[in-house]
Each structure stands twice: as C-alpha cells, then as structure tokens.
Design a binder for this molecule. Structure first.
Ligand code: SF4
Length: 306
C-alpha cells in the first residue's frame, strides 16, 4: 500500500472498498495513471451547440451556467488528467421520462413570490405550508427541507425524500445517509458545518416513484432560493434526478460524472460535480470507486476556491 496516504485508506474503509481492488484489477484503479485514463474516457463527443441555441430551448428556473469546464489545470492534481480540463459540451434537452404521468400540481403563486426573497427560516416555514403537489402533500409525513449551516461551502443536492427521510424530516438518513456521512468524514468534511444537504423535492413521492416534471418545476423556486442563500463554492449533484433537473439534460450519471459542470447561482457559475446517489452505490458497490473519484474532485475544487 506504499504511496497511498492515510486519508486514502480512510476513504477505502468508509466506502467499504478495501485494498482488494488493487489486486483484482489488471491496472491499479487508484493509481494516478488509471484515474487520468478514466477522466480522459469521459470526454463527451456530442456535437457542440452555441450557448444561444442551448438557452433558446429552456426557460426553466434552473440555469446550467455553462457546460464548459472552466477549471484551470492543477499542477498537483493526480485525480484528473489535463485532458479532463478541456472544454466539454453536450446537447441540452427538456427532461422527458416515459413514466412521467403528470401529477396534479396547483401552485400558490403568492407563496412562491414570498419564497423568492425569504430568509432560510421563513423559507422552511413556506415549504412546510406548501401543498402544490397534491399527491405528495397528501401522503407526506413531513416536509424535508435540508440540513445546512451558514459555514457550509459545499452543497449536495439529492432527489427527493424516501421513507426514512419522510419519517425523520431529514435528508439522507438510513443506510445511504450513513454511507454519505462516512464519505464526507473521510474527506475531512462535516455534514452541516461544511456540507449542506438538500433535495430537489421537499416531499416524498408516493411509493418512492420518480418525481414528475411538473412537481420538480413546482419545487424549483424553493431549491433556487436555498442555493442562493447557501451561496456554495461547489455543488455535488447526487444521482440522476438531481443532475437531470439542474443540468437540463437526459444524459446518464455515468456520462455526466468525471468532469466539472457549472450551475448559475447568484449570477455566478458554480463548479458542479455529478456522482451516483448513495442508495445506488449500496446496490452497485463496484461503482463506489467512481463516487470516490467524484468526491475527491469536489474536494479539490473546494480547496482551489477557498
Ligand atoms: Fe410543495 Fe415542493 Fe412539496 Fe411539491 S414537493 S408540495 S412544491 S414543497
């Protein structure tokens, strides 16, 4: 294990990867060479569109500020190759999911107007009063607003509360929350104080179904205001729903991860990393190595910007 730091070893333990990975792979997946190779393989080859063309297809509340990686090459980085800093572009499309039967949504425009300028506490109260999504507001046990402290510089955005979150009123609890906290702890980050955790939807969809597009749109004002108030240095999008909602793309998490995107918050492009949702990692433990790299990239961006 020579050449790997104590921090790396802690991350392996936290993600339940273990040093067995080293022996099983032909190439050491944690070596700088393999990591550089993996980042290079993530190049997106879709024909680029102009920014004007991209913007013309979307008038949604969220703005992917740019799909171009603006992060300068980092001379000490072993996580990404210089190629991973080349501009990347991909086609933006409206979100369309085959199972997306529209849920009944009746937006209270007065409540949303108040939300646009609310402080954190007021926003939380407004969310708890929101009944825009009929199915969700009737079946929820609680609204799940998020955990955050003023000092948090990184924001993780998940999709929607599940059963445990609905019961406890907190995002990312249960086994997936435990895995996420282990990852953060291994990176020397504290949930709340260093990392805020919020969801695209604040209410649990019945039977944990995917959120409908109109439900995501109805909740967008709350999410936008949360991001404005948190004013993060780095955003991590956890899973398909969050990355589709905020980056306005239908690309798979596998294609979106391994590079730096940007989302506009308070008029600034915020570096954004896509990774797998912890509950997916529990089902597909072989992908933990990818999440390990994603969180390292997010931490590296955070250090560069702090
Ligand atoms: Fe309101 Fe969001 Fe809950 Fe829908 S998911 S009822 S918009 S708080």
């Amino acid at each position: 294990m020579a050449g790997y730091s104590k921090e790396t070893a802690r991350l392996w333990m936290a993600m339940d990867i273990g040093p067995l990975w080293i022996g099983r792979d032909e190439d050491d997946p944690l070596s700088p060479q393999s990591i550089a190779k993996d980042s290079t393989a993530k190049e997106i080859t879709t024909a680029p569109k102009s920014v004007a063309e991209q913007n013309s297809t979307h008038s949604d509340a969220f703005k992917p500020a740019s799909t171009v990686n603006k992060t300068p090459p980092h001379e000490h980085s072993v996580l990404t190759s210089p190629e991973s800093h080349k501009p990347k572009t991909y086609e933006l499309k409206p979100i369309r999911r085959s199972s997306a039967e529209p849920g009944i949504v009746e937006v209270d425009s007065e409540l949303l107007t108040r939300a646009q300028n609310a402080d954190w506490k007021t926003l939380q109260t407004l969310v708890s009063q929101c009944t825009a999504c009929k199915a969700l507001s009737q079946s929820r046990l609680s609204t799940v607003f998020g955990t955050a402290e003023k000092t948090a510089k990184m924001v993780i955005v998940g999709e929607a509360p599940g059963r445990d979150e609905d019961l406890q009123g907190k995002p990312f609890v249960g086994k997936s929350g435990e895995l996420l906290e282990n990852i953060l702890r291994s990176l020397g980050l504290r949930r709340g104080a260093d990392v805020a955790i919020i969801n695209v939807l604040k209410c649990r969809p019945p039977n944990n179904r995917d959120p409908h597009d109109n439900e995501i749109a109805a909740c967008a004002t709350f999410l936008t205001r949360q991001l404005e108030l948190l004013d993060p240095k780095v955003i991590v999008l956890s899973g398909r729903i969050a990355s589709h909602a905020l980056l306005k793309t239908e690309m798979s998490t596998g294609r979106l991860r391994g590079q730096t995107h940007h989302i506009e918050v308070n008029g600034k492009p915020i570096p954004t990393v896509v990774t797998y949702h912890p509950s997916y990692l529990l089902r597909s433990p072989t992908e933990k190595i990818c999440a390990w790299r994603d969180f390292n990239l997010a931490k590296k961006l955070l250090l560069e910007l702090s």
